[in-house]
Design a protein around this ligand. Structure first.
Ligand code: GAR
Length: 268
């Protein structure tokens, strides 16, 4: 049995996915330990789970930073090591034709919030950061300070849809409204885009005639609670390797993408 991994978590809401990971750590399925829980939302009910278990918790109130920026942008001071042009060049959350002022406001306010997050997190060294219902996109400012070795990603996210379909804030709703007959959930490493990073694992459910958004959300969440611990377990076992793949489209365009290879279990 390898070393126990230290897992940090960020949540925005109820934290049922994090609970599933905590349960798997406690039962020994994952050789890991939750070392902190952070939230962007002071009212996130999931924070109580952490406090009840003696896990350190903290809040960085993104909402108040964003409001402050709207009222008095000149008073919101980015961190000393902030480089707007560098971050604008790296981010892939916005397309080239997006409103420049909006993109800049996003990058500045996120970097301010993320610097505070990093400041809180530095007290709790961690091997893996899990986003468990964290409803904020992370900017390159944060991601490159966590992924200090770009070949070893260590931020995971769970998304309520079968990516690359339906990225964004309402994966189950989007899947349902589109009229899909299959829906699902995805765990992936976080990159500089929206829900676009290398996929680690996915699970699918059937959408039947009588289903509603609520019923498919219930089906999906149930799958999330097994998928996320399975993916964290693979990470803890050192079995996730990212590789760069190249391929050519019919029109000759060359594409490159980082994908996850799952290494065989040492027990087999
Ligand atoms: C989950 O369905 C998760 O996939 C989703 O939020 C819910 C959080 O539930 N995450 C996202 O939409 C991220 N963009 P939880 O707080 O009970 O784990």
């Amino acid at each position: 049995m390898g070393r126990t991994i230290r897992i940090g978590a960020l949540i925005s809401g109820t934290g049922t996915n994090l609970q599933a990971i905590i349960d798997s750590c406690e039962s020994g399925k994952i050789n890991g330990k939750i070392v902190f829980m952070g939230s962007d939302n002071p009212d996130a009910s999931g924070l109580e789970r952490g406090s009840a278990l003696g896990i350190p918790t903290f809040v960085v109130n993104y909402g108040s930073i964003i409001q402050h920026f709207k009222k008095a942008p000149e008073k919101v001071v980015p961190p000393d090591d902030f480089d707007l042009d560098d971050l604008l060049a790296k981010q892939t959350l916005f397309t080239a034709d997006a409103d420049t002022a909006k993109v800049k406001a996003f990058i500045i306010t996120r970097a301010v919030a993320e610097a505070k997050l990093l400041d809180e997190m530095k007290h709790y060294p961690f091997d893996l950061l899990v986003l468990a219902g964290y409803m904020r996109n992370l900017s390159p400012y944060f991601i490159e300070r966590v992924n200090t070795d770009p070949d070893i990603p260590r931020i995971m996210n769970i998304h309520p849809a079968l990516l690359p379909a339906f990225p964004g804030v309402d994966g189950y709703g989007d899947t349902f409204r589109y009229g899909c007959k299959i829906g699902g959930c995805t765990v992936h490493f976080v990159d500089y885009g929206e829900d676009s990073g290398p996929i680690i694992g996915q699970k699918a459910y059937e959408i039947l005639e009588h289903d509603t958004i609520d019923s498919i959300r219930a089906k999906g969440l149930k799958l999330e609670w097994t998928l996320y611990p399975e993916c964290v377990k693979l990470f803890a076992q050192g079995r996730l390797k990212t590789v760069r793949m190249s391929y050519e489209l019919r029109d000759g365009r060359k594409m490159r993408r980082t994908v996850v290879k799952i290494l065989p279990s040492p027990e087999v």
